[in-house]
Design a protein around this ligand. Structure first.
Ligand code: MN
Ligand code: MN
Length: 262
């Protein structure tokens, strides 16, 4: 199945530094850079799998932006395409999941992140990039939620996650990932700050002690089914070093596209 690559240039729901809105065209440029090959580790050509692009601007109003994201994802799904989305901050994932749920029902989700993003509200904003999975759970978009890479879990989020059966794993616990809970329909959400800043310095909230690029690739390779959708979020090009993090994001685009093409 062919994949539509979306770019959602949105960072107004970020609680600290802006800049993630600049990421989609940067990742796209890395994907097409002659500095690296478009082939995935498994031997698929991402440029042949990603055959449509939607990088349109978003409205400035938050509710209108979320509605636009949801409608555009729904449109791709309606035409039988799988969405692979580039943030933007992590708030874009909630409207994506709303559209995914309309087609697939509740999704099992692999969520790579330093943070749970399970706040009821953050600094008064229920749609902050610290909240998307709380909103998705409340809306019935989530079957099993498996988080890995965590290293800043607040008591508030721990309680919310435990109440909803969320599997919350630290970066040192990749061996405990319950892959049997990640059957279809499977969605993958990669917040680049789940990686260690040594591998992915270009994020707004770097937290030392994270996953390596290779660990994330190994987790993706173990997924039991082909994902029906995925996103890569929180690249902040203004904080990147020599396009390192953009290159990691492009690698994940290639591997996710290959998995999604099955
Ligand atoms: Mn996040
Ligand atoms: Mn994060």
């Amino acid at each position: 199945m062919t994949v539509t690559l979306f770019g959602f240039p949105w960072d107004a729901s970020s609680s600290y530094a802006r800049g993630a809105a600049l990421a989609p065209p940067v990742i796209r440029a890395m994907l097409f850079s002659e500095a690296s090959s478009p082939w995935s580790i498994s031997g698929a050509n991402a440029r042949e799998i990603v055959t449509a692009y939607d990088f349109a601007d978003l409205p400035e109003d938050g509710a209108a932006a979320r509605a636009s994201i949801e409608a555009r994802i729904a449109s791709a799904l309606k035409s039988g395409r799988k969405p692979l989305s580039l943030g933007g901050d992590h708030s874009v994932t909630y409207p994506i999941l709303k559209a995914m749920k309309e087609k697939h029902g509740p999704l099992n989700i692999l969520h790579v992140d330093a943070h749970t993003d399970l706040y009821e509200a953050f600094e008064g904003d229920r749609y902050s990039h610290a909240c998307p999975f709380a909103r998705a759970i409340e809306d019935g978009c989530v079957g099993n939620l498996v988080q890995v890479g965590l290293r800043s879990v607040t008591p508030h989020c721990r309680t919310f996650g435990e109440r909803h059966g969320v599997v919350m794993l630290g970066a040192e616990e990749t061996g405990a990932i319950p892959y049997d809970r990640l059957g279809g329909p499977l969605y993958v959400s990669i917040d680049l700050d789940g990686l260690d800043p040594a591998f992915a310095p270009g994020v707004s909230h770097p937290e030392p002690g994270g996953l390596s690029t290779r660990e994330v690739l190994q987790i993706l390779a173990k997924l039991p089914v082909s994902p029906v959708g995925a996103d890569i979020v929180e690249l902040n090009p203004e904080r990147d070093i020599n396009m390192m993090t953009a290159g990691v994001a492009a690698r994940f685009v290639k591997e996710l596209a290959a998995l999604m093409s099955d």
